[in-house]
Ligand binder design. Structure first.
Ligand SMILES: [Zn+2]
Length: 531
């Protein structure tokens, strides 16, 4: 293409205009945006933000104060130099690029001069400042967070859904963190032990039980503003496949809402009608002594065979066979609902096993295993319940005991604190009673180990939010036990003994809630092997 002299003149004029306006603000004026929070291990500080067009911008002066930067304007070049400990970031007016320690990085928009101050897209912090800064810098734009260094900021996704007459709120947290739930006038608070939450909250129209969901100013608490019909709440836990944890809060209507409402009518008053028995006020926890749902866990499965006997009998097969027998015996003899954590030769993660029991609001969780020992002479069945003493021994973070947990101020009442891996702690007394009852009914019919009831920090029990035991039905490494365990007669006897044990527990727990010391004097022994 041939360039005419007139075009050259126009191009020159445009260039002169560009030079003249370099450094002055171009485009739309900034509009206020919600501030960001800069979270470091020791502090939480605000960072003002504004919109320029659709871009979220922050001021270099504010960043200089927060991150100890030296900002120097180069009027001649129409740019800014940002210094940090001898390293530099160079910005040029009109360019959506920066040089960070000599490397070019892109920005979503060019820097903008607004009066005396320079505005940069908030992504400048992670993309341009990050490479020259001492600590990791992470911008979580949706939750308006700037994370400095290693801080614990789990991602939180909240959703609500109708759940019969109740409203269910599901708070998914990844990675998991300890939490507490409390109730104040007009709201239910779920507070997480984290530096901040990277939260995405649902927008929805106010409901009779739930008006709104918001993140508290401290950034660590999800507040559920309850509606006029709210009565109480029930909390439970689930452990989804993809890791993390789900806190499930069911908001229950006030008791009056449960009774059928007679429509206003004229004429003679209606005859009193007793409320149907299934419209009793809801209870937050399964009452001791009720037995409606039992979750049976067949240990191991898939690639994990568990123990192996001298003739090759596998623990996973014994466990599944017994679980199926126990299910049909419980269903036919007691009429309870029974769920199996697996009904095939498949791998199931340990935490998912207790999670199934939690999700199905089971009254009992029973995990079936067969043991192994280096000494062939060791034999007999054993019943384990959870031990808190060594609960933190398997590398997981220990949690403070309940009495030292922080309480929320302002007259609130902390009513439960369940780090998810510690759910079993509140059921230790009942689990001990269950272990004792099972042992009692097995004792005369099944060969028991000299230490028939033991307490151990078994991972499969830790997350179960109900009375729970592991039954080691014998030692597969003992030739007599192995032979016995594959026999149909023995499997039937053991199954009946276990059912009798559950019934004995139900009756005992129903008479009175047992004191925490109701354990049948368990021995504290280090476990040889995790089931
Ligand atoms: Zn096992």
């Amino acid at each position: 293409m041939v360039v005419s002299p007139s075009r050259l003149i126009i191009a020159g004029a445009l260039l002169a205009l560009a030079v003249a306006t370099a450094g002055a603000r171009q485009g739309p004026a900034p509009r206020a945006a919600l501030p960001f929070s800069v979270i470091s291990a020791d502090a939480r500080r605000p960072l003002a933000a504004s919109f320029v067009g659709e871009t979220v911008m922050v001021s270099l002066d504010d960043l200089a104060a927060l991150f100890h930067l030296a900002v120097r304007e180069d009027a001649l070049a129409g740019g800014v130099t940002v210094g940090y400990k001898g390293r530099t970031v160079i910005l040029t007016a009109g360019q959506a690029l920066a040089s960070a320690g000599g490397r070019l990085v892109s920005l979503p928009a060019p820097p903008v001069k607004d009066g005396r101050r320079w505005l940069v897209p908030v992504e400048f912090v992670s993309r341009a400042l990050g490479p020259v800064y001492d600590a990791r810098l992470d911008v979580r734009k949706n939750s308006r967070l700037v994370l400095v260094g290693d801080v614990r900021v789990p991602r939180v996704a909240v959703r609500q859904e109708p759940h019969g007459a109740e409203t269910r709120v599901i708070i998914a947290l990844n990675p998991k963190a300890p939490y507490s739930i409390s109730q104040e006038t007009g709201r239910v608070l779920v507070r997480f032990d984290a530096d901040a939450l990277d939260a995405s909250l649902p927008a929805f129209s106010p409901l009779p039980l739930l008006q709104s969901i918001h993140l508290s100013e401290s950034g660590q608490t999800i507040a559920l503003d309850v509606g006029p019909r709210f009565g109480s709440f029930r909390a439970s836990l689930a452990v989804p496949d993809e890791g993390g944890v789900q806190v499930i809060v069911d908001l229950l209507p006030a008791a009056a809402e449960q009774a059928p409402q007679a429509p206003p009518r004229s004429g003679p008053p209606p005859l009193p009608v007793p409320p149907p028995p299934d419209l009793q006020p809801p209870v937050a926890q399964p009452t001791a002594g009720t037995l409606r749902t039992v979750v049976i866990d067949a240990g191991h499965g898939g690639n994990d065979s568990g123990a192996r006997g001298p003739t090759g009998v596998l623990e996973k097969d014994i466990a599944l066979a017994l679980a199926r027998r126990l299910k049909s015996a419980l269903e036919s003899r007691v009429g309870v609902r029974v769920l199996l954590t697996r009904d095939a030769d498949q791998a199931v993660p340990l935490d998912d096993r207790a999670a199934l029991a939690n999700n199905s609001k089971a009254d009992l969780f029973v995990s079936l295993h067969a043991n192994a020992s280096a000494r062939q002479t060791v034999s007999g069945a054993q019943v384990y319940f959870f031990s808190a003493d060594h609960a933190a021994d398997d590398g997981r973070k220990s949690v403070p005991p309940p009495q030292t947990l922080p309480t929320l101020g302002g007259g609130s009442r902390v009513i439960e604190m369940i780090p998810w891996e510690m759910a079993q702690l509140r059921h230790l007394g009942e689990s001990a009673l269950l272990a004792g009852a099972v042992e009692d009914r097995c004792r005369d019919r099944v060969r028991m180990n000299p230490h028939p009831v033991l307490q151990a920090p078994l991972r499969v029990l830790a997350g179960a939010n109900m009375p729970a035991v592991v039954v080691e039905v014998g030692f597969l490494t003992n030739p007599d036990d192995e032979l016995q365990l594959v026999s149909e007669a023995f499997q039937n006897t053991l199954t009946q003994a276990l059912v009798d044990g559950f019934l004995r527990y139900r009756d005992a727990a129903g008479r009175a809630r047992p004191p925490q010391t109701a354990a049948p004097a368990p021995r504290q022994e280090p476990i040889r092997r995790r089931p």
